[in-house]
Ligand binder design. Structure first.
Ligand code: KE4
Length: 429
């Protein structure tokens, strides 16, 4: 067992000044129980906590650290750029270069606007879709998470699912009445909902590969059917690629699935660990964003030079390094194979969901294709598994409703170690 005395002390102290001792709820270990470990340093595939324990990192800051912690070129770029001031609040050439780089990687993006989080990206895209169509309602999917803007906190995933929050205080009836929800991977249900609200729906927003109820890939034909529905009904299809963007491929899920959205949102990887989000898409829609159009959206630190140089360096590396996505995928497939082998030898019912480098383990006897399936899994067992892995130096996301994130920095030896530790947990079951 790791000595985590310092983390315990820090958590007690943190709770005196920060609600729940954390600046984002999923970090609090509420669903898995126990005391969160406080991190002090990260390098490559590893994090080191306040007590000096080393962990193989399968969160990677919930996606951004796709090249590993303290990736040299990003660190150096930040260090150098900071000498020229950290923010201007005026346009810079670097923002143009960032927008041009994004357009060279992401298909179907004519215009892109930088913001400072995935939440901001998704809320802005929804406002734009409403402004563009003149319609109020939108459809989201149970278990999908699009950040914490009011409209999205209805049957959301990630921390909302983790804490099993059914209705969130502060979200008014006026807001939630325009949020329609449908089960993920059920095309009949969404067609019926669209028929019921014909002419009222501005947008359908979806995680094209869900990652906030564990990893749940779309069933064959599902996203294609949403594309058809939106074309038929004049609904704006928004791909929330905050998690999948620049992770599943250079062009994200649009490239991977071969389907174009009308608007795409980004976060996480796009900032290289700095606070960055973005939304973009077809000129016909994006031209309604202020100051070009009347759909207002703004941000003091949007396009901030430090965030931009971090994101630019990260994306440029992903774009220019041959085979980097193949490497990411092969490492995740190797992890998948190893976990499958140890779980198959146990008596534990399980399902491993994976697409690209997004993967999750569900202790379920049946396929996990939507939130209901994910919630019906043996998540108590997941919590025990989480702590076994943590105390043996493998840091998984502290919730069964999260996908695991792989970085290129992880080695085969790290993965072998992870599988060995997992095997120790399952062999007595
Ligand atoms: P942020 O506002 O946290 O940057 O992005 C919100 C968001 C939007 N869309 C998707 C698909 C997302 O996954 C997220 C954020 N993801 C969670 C983890 N599942 C962030 C972790 C946290 O809340 O601390």
């Amino acid at each position: 067992m790791n000595n985590t005395t310092k983390s315990t002390e820090l958590f007690n102290r943190a709770q005196e000044s920060i609600p729940g001792g954390v600046n984002s709820p999923v970090r609090a270990f509420k669903s898995v129980g126990g005391t969160p470990v406080f991190m002090k340093k990260g390098k490559g595939a590893y994090m080191y906590d306040a007590d000096g324990n080393q962990y193989i990192d399968y969160i990677n800051s919930w996606g951004p650290m796709i090249l590993g912690h303290a990736f040299g070129p990003v660190v150096e770029a930040i260090r150098e750029k900071a000498l020229d001031s950290t923010s201007f609040g005026a346009p810079t050439e670097l923002e143009i270069e960032m927008a041009e780089l994004i357009k060279s990687m992401a298909p179907n993006v004519d215009f892109v606007r930088m913001v400072s989080s995935g939440t901001e990206a998704c809320m802005s895209a929804l406002r734009l879709a409403r402004g563009y169509t003149g319609r109020n309602k939108f459809i989201k999917f149970e278990g999908c998470y699009h950040g914490h803007a009011d409209a999205f906190l209805v049957k959301a995933g990630s921390g909302v699912a983790t804490f099993n929050i059914q209705t969130i205080p502060g979200i008014t009836a006026g807001v939630s009445m325009d949020t329609l929800t449908s089960p993920y991977n059920d095309i009949e249900a969404v067609y019926q909902l669209a028929e019921l609200h014909k002419g009222e729906i501005a947008a359908i927003i979806i995680e094209p590969v869900a990652g906030n109820m564990g990893c749940i890939p779309p069933l064959p034909g599902y996203i294609e059917a949403l594309r058809t529905l939106c074309d038929e009904e004049g609904i704006v299809l928004i791909f929330d690629e905050v998690m999948t963007g620049f992770r599943l491929a250079a062009g994200g899920a649009q490239e991977r699935l071969g389907i174009n959205a009308d608007l795409v949102t980004y976060g996480k990887v796009i900032g290289g660990g700095m606070p960055v989000g973005a939304f973009g898409g077809k000129r016909e829609i994006m031209q309604h964003i202020a100051p070009l159009g009347n759909v207002y959206q703004a941000g003091t630190l949007s396009g901030n030079p430090i965030a931009m140089i971090a994101g630019y360096t990260m994306l440029k590396t992903l774009k220019d390094t041959p085979g980097i996505y193949k490497e990411l995928e092969e490492k995740t497939a190797y992890l998948h194979k190893g976990l499958d082998e140890v779980l198959r030898q146990s008596n534990t019912p399980y399902v491993i969901n994976r697409l690209g480098s997004m993967i999750s383990v569900h202790f379920s006897e049946k396929p996990v294709n939507n939130f209901t399936d994910a919630a019906a899994a043996n998540n108590t067992l997941f919590n025990q598994f989480f702590h076994h892995m943590l105390s043996n130096g493998c840091y998984l996301p502290p919730s069964a409703y999260e996908t695991w994130f792989i970085s290129t920095a992880i080695t085969v030896a790290d993965i072998d170690r992870t599988v060995e530790v997992a095997g120790e947990f399952f062999k007595n079951r």
